[in-house]
Design a protein around this ligand. Structure first.
Ligand SMILES: CC(C)(COP(=O)(O)OP(=O)(O)OC[C@H]1O[C@@H](n2cnc3c(N)ncnc32)[C@H](O)[C@@H]1OP(=O)(O)O)[C@@H](O)C(=O)NCCC(=O)NCCS
Length: 263
């Protein structure tokens, strides 16, 4: 990641401790990923930035660990949204955007046409922000539980694909990639209920210099390109799905052949 001190998304001032911001270009869209290290989080400073509804929500969180990860997610979301607005308008807005919580737990920025997705695991809380398209982010520290529940989210074709694309990766890392790819897609798809993990299929992809690019589709015929990568201890995936009626879906779908069905 780019060191925050020299980052153009922080043209003035210093970023909060432990926070990095990274622009991500995906299918012609510009998204912003914010990652926060929970061990460096200044809870009091983040709490001061919360809006009324967010304060109420925080007051309902009893466990220290949950409060910390929730605050880390809010900080990352506010910074990612500020980054998106900066990219769109060239200025950093003074006020933080409040992030409300939807009926099913989904984060909803209190501003039009902006989207944000939040994930936390281990020492990380992170958020991905986008404009005009729904985005999804998932991160997962690599733990043996990924192996224990693999039958809930892994298809045989997907495992073969990941073994081919990620032959240099340990098996647990491949499972982490598959898990986060599907969870990111679920969050971007939205609606209720969220699509199940088995309704989402990874059907193709390619290995890039520092990440995997995976073609994902689901039972509702949504298709998306997902970027997945690994850090020392975690798997990460980001995606975006265009809003209905935009050109993205029409133009991208034909480019996603089901590579695995070609024997
Ligand atoms: C949403 C879900 C995919 C999150 O995955 P997870 O691996 O448990 O946890 P992650 O850390 O990756 O993500 C948690 C974040 O997802 C977001 N989230 C929660 N529900 C969401 C939804 N329906 N759609 C999109 N994002 C959602 C939240 O921002 C949450 O963080 P926060 O509560 O601190 O704001 C998972 O919890 C799920 O399937 N939930 C089903 C919805 C549900 O049970 N809702 C209960 C309330 S009705």
């Amino acid at each position: 990641m780019i060191p925050p001190a020299s980052h153009p998304l922080f043209p003035t001032g210093t970023p909060p401790a432990g926070l990095t911001l990274t622009p991500v270009a995906l299918t012609g869209r510009q998204l912003v990923l914010a990652v926060c290290r929970l061990s460096l989080l200044d809870e009091a400073a983040v709490t001061r930035r919360l809006g009324d509804e967010e304060r109420q929500r925080l007051a309902g969180l009893r466990h220290a660990r949950r409060r910390r990860e929730w605050l880390g997610g809010r900080l990352a979301a506010k910074e990612a949204l500020a980054g998106i607005l900066l990219l769109a308008g060239g200025i950093r807005h003074g006020a933080d955007i409040e992030i409300r919580t939807g009926r099913h737990g989904e984060p909803q920025p209190a501003a039009p046409a902006l989207f944000v997705s939040i994930s936390h695991s281990g020492d990380y809380a992170a958020a991905l922000a986008s404009r005009q398209c729904r985005c999804g982010l998932d991160l997962q520290v690599l733990t043996p539980s990924l192996e224990a529940v693999r039958s809930r989210y892994c298809g045989a074709n997907e495992l073969r694909l990941l073994a081919r694309l990620g032959r240099h990766l340990p098996p647990l890392a491949r499972l982490g990639i598959l898990w986060t790819t599907k969870e990111a897609h679920r969050k971007a798809a939205g609606g209720w209920p969220l699509p199940s993990l088995t309704a989402i299929r990874v059907v193709g992809g390619s290995l890039k210099a520092r990440h995997l690019e995976l073609h994902v589709c689901d039972d509702a015929e949504r298709s998306a390109l997902t970027r997945a990568w690994l850090t020392d201890d975690a798997a990460w995936a980001v995606t975006c799905i265009s809003l209905p009626g935009t050109a993205f879906r029409r133009t991208v779908r034909p480019a996603f052949p089901d590579l695995l069905s070609q024997k």
